[in-house]
Design a binder for this molecule. Structure first.
Ligand SMILES: [Ca+2]
Ligand SMILES: [Ca+2]
Length: 101
């Protein structure tokens, strides 16, 4: 029993973003959220996205990030998205992607 509990703990740690990356992506979130509503809407991404992430378009972003389909990206959805990205890419690449901040 002790063993499986420990296993669960490791899974939970692995699902969390490293602190430095989390800080960066939250900074990025606030940068995009220009009206400070704690959520990112399509107009905000369109203003911000095309300049900074030419490879990823705004529609793609909402498909991937807006899991509850309310056309707003909440902070939890944003962090979840980057956690998934981190699972697919090396940490260095993400640092690079958000390094313009
Ligand atoms: Ca907003
Ligand atoms: Ca949402």
């Amino acid at each position: 029993m002790e063993k499986s509990y420990l296993g669960l703990e490791i899974i939970l740690i692995n699902l969390k973003l490293p602190k430095n990356i989390e800080e960066k992506v939250l900074k990025l979130f606030r940068l995009i959220d220009t009206d400070n509503s704690k959520s990112i809407d399509r107009a905000e991404t369109l203003k911000f996205w095309s300049k900074n992430f030419p490879k990823l378009n705004s529609n793609e972003l909402f498909t991937n990030v807006d899991k509850n389909d309310d056309n707003d990206i909440q902070e939890e959805e944003w962090l979840e998205f980057w956690t998934r990205v981190l699972g697919n890419h090396k940490q260095d690449e993400i640092s690079e992607e958000v390094s313009f901040i």
